[in-house]
Design a binder for this molecule. Structure first.
Ligand code: G3H
Ligand code: 13P
Ligand code: ZN
Length: 359
């Protein structure tokens, strides 16, 4: 049994000072690439499905993929997480389908476009945390709205996020407000806004502190040393893969993602979960394009998908190594959700206290 909760995994990461990439999946090929990379380097895994992924593949198919991964990779602790849940129903139905963790993103209203207010966010996130904790599942909340500090715009590119412009104070998490939010909601992990956004077009230049506010992470960690911080929009959009994409007929304009060194700096200051979707999309699609351009007569999809799996596997391995996740799978003894539920009920998992679950 290798299905682990986010809380147990991030407590382990906190204790040993590493970060865990959370990779989005929509299909078997992404899932296999991530798990094979994890097995290559002995890393625990967080897989996450967006609402879009759940409607693309279907809950039954995604659920069976996770069951299969558990059987195929029994030595890899595997956390299955709902990415950007927009309401209580999304979060609870994910748990019903075998997810061990959910994100209640109350920074936006249910339409996943309109920025909410603090009271709305606290009310809905604490509802989800109370219910999820009854069954031992973990909860990630978000305070601050994801969006670009360069343009003030949200990330409509992925169909999630506000449209239009917001002022800097809404796009950067306020550490004092974050501390109140964690105490009020009892979330297990906290997503923060520091100028990252979803998709490939995050920055038009290599990001400086003005547009990627890593100093906020340091302040948050000082104020909330036992809270697991989550960085969204953390693809690095590697130049290497942009070049393969563009050399084979793609048209990606010049862009920068979040440099891996900045994420590593975040991990030194309490970042434990690092959300990555775009990098695997880009690596896979660059690999498809290369096959199509090299052999335009090819029509067997497996000839496209195998190099795509290899490309994604390489990216995953690099992140597991850079974030210090590698080498930790075999050091974790998974605690079942039912036992986690007892620990929540007894108050042993209060997010404000230093909680280290014995491995
Ligand atoms: O939330 C952002 C993730 O990259 C998921 O994107 O909604 O297109 O699956 P998606
Ligand atoms: P990227 O688009 O940078 O990969 O971010 C993914 C993400 O934050 C999913 O929640
Ligand atoms: Zn996100």
């Amino acid at each position: 049994m290798a299905r682990i909760t986010l809380r147990q995994l991030l407590d382990h990461a906190g204790e040993f000072g590493y970060g865990v990439p959370a990779f989005n999946i929509n299909n078997m090929e992404q899932a296999l690439a991530i798990m094979e990379a994890a097995r290559d380097v002995d890393a625990p895994v967080i897989l996450q499905a967006s609402r879009g992924a759940r409607s693309y593949a279907g809950d039954i198919m995604l659920g069976r993929i996770i069951d299969a991964l558990e059987e195929m990779f029994p030595a890899i602790p595997l956390c299955m997480h709902q990415d950007h849940g927009n309401n209580v129903a999304t979060c609870l139905s994910a748990i019903q389908h075998g997810y061990t963790s959910v994100m209640m993103d109350g920074s936006l209203k249910e339409d996943a476009k309109t920025p909410s207010d603090y009271d709305y966010n606290v009310a809905i996130t604490s509802d989800v945390a109370r219910l999820a904790h009854f069954v031992g599942a973990s909860v990630e909340g978000e305070i601050g709205v994801l969006g670009s500090l360069e343009t003030g715009e949200g990330d409509a590119e992925d169909g999630h996020g506000f449209e239009g412009r917001l002022e800097r104070h809404m796009l950067v998490t306020d550490p004092e407000e974050a501390a109140r939010f964690v105490a009020a909601t009892k979330v297990d992990a906290l997503a923060v806004a520091i100028g990252t956004s979803h998709g490939a077009y995050k920055f038009t230049r290599e990001p400086s502190g003005e547009i990627l506010a890593m100093d906020i992470i340091e302040k948050l960690h000082e104020l909330l040393p036992n809270t697991h911080l989550v960085m969204h929009g953390s693809s690095s959009v590697p130049k290497e893969w942009q070049d393969v994409f563009n050399a084979n007929g793609g048209q990606m304009r010049a862009t920068w993602g979040v440099p891996v060194e900045e994420i590593v700096r975040g991990i030194r200051h309490g970042v434990r979960k690092v959300n990555i979707d775009t990098d695997l999309r880009l690596a896979a699609t660059a690999a498809f394009r290369k096959v199509g351009a090299t052999d335009p007569a090819e029509f067997d999809p497996r000839k496209f998908l195998k190099p795509a799996i290899e490309a994604m596997r390489k990216v995953c391995r690099e992140r597991f190594e850079a974030f210090g996740t590698a080498g930790n799978a075999s050091r974790i003894k998974v605690i079942p959700m039912s036992e986690m539920a007892k620990r929540y009920a007894s108050g042993a998992l209060d997010p404000r206290t230093a909680t280290q679950i014995a491995a």
